[in-house]
Write a protein that binds this ligand. Structure first.
Ligand code: HPA
Ligand code: ZN
Length: 335
């Protein structure tokens, strides 16, 4: 099973680039930018990565992102993640980035997007990994602030596929961003959003009805509402589930109690993702491996999860089909 998962062609659909920032690279970049971070070693950093809830994690995550200053920093961060994709047979990835985390500190939108997108272009050419970018609005900030970000993104529209919504969920419902999502869709961005991670099923309803999202990030709490589950199935929307994130942030107490299998049995389209791999103890393959063990998933179930990852990606039909064919061949030869 380990080999089967490691060699399985797959896509990652829920990944925050700032959350892929490994301690070693963080030290390196902090040093070259003459920034002191409040840790003396990689071990000390890892010790600090123990979280009781989403906010606990976000405080440390924003602090870590504070060492990113130059285009090269954003390039190195992104390329380093894409190398991990290549080594895990992640054939395609949809990367979220948080412009406001950087523009709030005086870093220009251009610096951020150019560093990230150049790394994506190089990785496609040198590593054969394709990627799309999801510009995520920070929901603890105002809708006006999100509008500023949308405006800054316009000159770089050709590099960005979708908009997302992340950060502190409770108290910041999707409806707060109704107008900016409408404007983003008018600009051609595809809408997705985090919903139902710590927030209730009502937040998922708002995200699908008010923001018109095409895919739900996390979505665990959708299970609180039978009607909502039916609606998500009816609309054929996928959930980007992140098992190790869920246990790290105490959304789920133990992987053995993770609702993933229940979701699949209810007919929900589920995918497996790492969310913030540097903080939550594992890249995407570890997420597959651990959830497979915890829930005793079959090869067929793992195959279906990978299939969903391509099927519910934001790629065009032709590219999707190429990856699905590759997966089909793999499964036929390895089941
Ligand atoms: N939830 C909300 N915001 C985030 C997350 C998450 O899991 N990761 C990075 N920003
Ligand atoms: Zn996330």
């Amino acid at each position: 099973m380990k080999n089967f998962i490691e060699n399985l062609p797959k896509a990652e659909l829920h990944l925050h680039i700032e959350g892929s920032f490994e301690p070693k690279l963080m030290f390196e970049i902090a040093k070259r930018n003459n920034i002191t971070i409040p840790y003396n070693s990689v071990e000390e950093i890892e010790e600090a990565y123990k979280f009781d809830c989403l906010q606990d994690f976000l405080d440390i995550y924003y602090q870590g992102a504070g060492v990113l200053i130059n285009e090269q920093d954003f390039y190195d961060l992104t390329y380093s993640y894409l190398q991990k994709c290549a080594s895990q047979n992640v054939r395609h990835t949809e990367i979220m980035f948080d412009p406001q985390t950087h523009t709030e500190r005086g870093i220009s939108f251009e610096t951020v997007i150019n560093g990230i997108s150049k790394a994506c272009d190089d990785a496609e050419e040198k590593l054969g990994v394709t990627s799309l970018l999801i510009m995520s609005y920070l929901r603890h900030l105002s809708e006006d602030d999100a509008f500023k970000t949308l405006k800054q993104s316009i000159p770089f529209k050709d590099k960005i596929t979708a908009v997302g919504l992340d950060s502190s969920e409770k108290g910041n419902p999707p409806s707060k961003f109704k107008n900016v999502y409408e404007a983003s869709v008018n600009e051609g961005y595809i809408p997705v959003a985090h919903a139902g991670e710590e927030g209730s099923a009502d937040y998922v309803w708002e995200a699908i009805d008010i923001l018109g999202i095409k895919r739900i990030d996390h979505g665990n709490n959708s299970l609180q509402d039978e009607k909502l589950v039916e609606e998500i199935v009816k609309r054929d929307m996928a959930l980007t589930v992140c098992p190790l994130s869920n246990t790290a942030l105490q959304v789920v107490d133990d992987l053995k109690n993770h609702p993933l299998k229940k979701m699949m049995d209810l007919g929900l389209k589920v995918t497996i993702n790492s969310d913030d791999p540097a903080y939550f103890g594992g890249q995407v393959n570890k997420n597959y491996l651990e959830i497979q063990k915890a829930l005793n998933l079959s090869k067929e179930e793992i195959y279906n999860l990978a299939k969903n990852s391509f099927q519910y990606s934001l790629l065009d039909t032709t590219k999707k089909q190429l990856y699905l064919n590759e997966l089909e061949v793999y499964y036929t030869n390895n089941k």
